[in-house]
Design a protein around this ligand. Structure first.
Ligand code: F0G
Length: 464
């Protein structure tokens, strides 16, 4: 008998989570203007809003916290982290930032100018936000398969090389400051990019003399998928795989809150001394001095250990297999979920789940609200609300996919929690025909509206 995976850790400390009743949750979500971001955490039983900064640190990381050097300049914790980053990524220069979007802000302040085009594979919303904020355009070159939730493609985060080359040939080179490859690709469902594709993108970028950067928030999970799905990598270690793909690029931005296994932190790592020097000025202005950049010494110490732990196979296997367990249970119950399962999350296909709710009534948001009311589970809408308005026409953008993301925090919940989540969804799925109406927006911010948007429940459908 093949032995199943088991977590390569045991539990030393537990944190209570509160149950509540359906009636309480109905009241709370109404008061929160039907925006799950407005709920305080004690009103949530299982929090799948994000896998970002919500994971559990190890005893080794907590021990490292005590060794944190809080010196303003030349912190030993900075030096330790620099060494680990060099070992894992191969990049020489490194700037700490307080989180991933801060790394984007600093790097893009150097590289992105008005009117620029930044091609990539379904840019994450903060990445896109930082591009559009500079009056530039993020061009999505993801393969078409990514937009069909039922196709079993092992690397749905891949870039379509023809789409990318078209951007290169149809625009002057000085309009394209770099290409950004998000590994794994969060916006297309936590889907990995293959080594073959990374290599090919790198080659194409080199032939047009355009730099390639990685958005590396979940790079270790991407490496796991390469090891387990791509021919020729079965016997290569996660660390070797990561080092190889980073070698094909010029640098990276990192949200350490994911595969850094810490609650806060980020960085930029790169090879170009010139860009490093220019970015240093912005880092000092926006983040902090070069040897802390918005992070505590103790946080850098914990991150140095976290990066090492996150690139170990046994950890990654239990992580990815736990997410897949939830995916398999839901599939068993007939609930439409994005296939193959993502590395950090399961994505429910709201277009298939509740086609009865019109798209302009935010059907994925409606499903996320129902999941909270029925089970106290907080997921997040990845659909029309998140896609926001077109910055020029101000019209709603309707993305191809309307998803509810159930992001699983690292080393945090048990398999029983996964079973509970699957059962709640099954119950909602069995009564889905009753869902006819959704929500309208009554208040929204001009950019990144999803965090603060307010909704009203509508009684009568707007469907004509
Ligand atoms: N890039 C990717 C691929 C991300 O998923 C995120 C964050 C960021 C960049 C920004 O990093 O949050 O540290 O500033 N994703 C979180 C999520 C928020 O829930 O998926 P950050």
């Amino acid at each position: 008998m093949k032995l199943p995976y088991a977590e390569p850790y045991k539990i030393k400390m537990v944190e209570s989570i509160k149950r509540s009743t359906k009636e309480q949750r109905k009241k709370w979500i109404k008061k929160a203007h039907y925006n799950l971001f407005n709920l305080t955490s004690e009103k949530v039983f299982i929090d799948l809003l994000t896998d970002s900064g919500t994971g559990a640190m190890s005893d080794q990381q907590w021990a490292a916290m005590m060794t944190g050097d809080e010196s303003y300049a030349g912190s030993q914790s900075y030096l330790k982290l620099k060494k680990v980053i060099k070992k894992i990524t191969g990049y020489t220069y490194f700037l700490p930032t307080h989180q991933g979007r801060a790394a984007e802000n600093v790097l893009f302040s150097v590289l992105v100018k008005e009117g620029n085009l930044v091609p990539g594979n379904s840019h994450f919303d903060t990445t896109k936000g930082h591009i559009e904020f500079r009056k530039a355009t993020a061009v999505d070159c993801t393969i078409d398969e990514a937009f069909n939730t039922t196709i079993h493609h092992p690397f749905k985060g891949n870039i379509d090389l023809e789409k990318l080359e078209k951007v290169f040939t149809e625009n002057p080179k000085d309009k394209i400051p770099f290409v950004i490859l998000t590994i794994t690709c969060n916006s297309s469902g936590g889907q990995p990019v293959s080594m073959k594709n990374i290599k090919a993108v790198s080659k194409l970028c080199k032939s047009y003399d355009i730099p390639l950067f990685f958005d590396s928030a979940r790079f270790a999970e991407n490496a796991y998928f390469i090891k387990t799905r791509e021919k020729g990598y079965m016997d290569t270690s996660i660390k070797e795989i990561a080092k190889e793909f980073f070698s094909y690029g010029d640098g990276m931005t990192m949200s350490a809150k994911k595969d850094g296994l810490v609650n806060m932190g980020g960085f930029i790592a790169l090879n170009s001394e010139k860009i490093y020097k220019e970015a240093s000025v912005f880092n000092i202005m926006y983040e902090g001095f070069l040897t802390y950049g918005g992070m505590n010494g103790r946080d850098m110490a914990a991150l140095a250990v976290g990066l090492d732990e996150a690139t170990e196979f046994n950890y990654l296997e239990s992580r990815i297999e736990q997410v897949a367990y939830l995916g398999k249970k839901l599939t068993e119950y007939g609930v439409p979920v994005l296939q193959p399962f993502g590395g950090h999350a399961i994505f429910i296909d709201a277009n298939k789940f509740v086609p009865t709710i019109p798209r302009n009534e935010y059907r994925a948001q409606a499903l996320a609200i129902e999941l909270y009311i029925i089970g106290g589970i907080r997921g997040v809408e990845i659909g029309t609300v998140l896609a926001d308005r077109d910055p020029f026409t101000r019209k709603n953008r309707y993305p191809e996919l309307e998803l509810v993301r159930l992001a699983i925090p690292r080393r945090t919940y048990s398999l029983n929690h996964m079973k509970y989540i699957a059962s709640v969804l099954k119950n909602i799925y069995d009564t889905r025909q009753k869902a006819k109406t959704g929500y309208i927006i009554v208040d929204e911010a001009p950019i990144m509206r999803h965090f603060t948007v307010k909704f009203k429940k509508i009684k009568k459908s707007t469907r004509k």
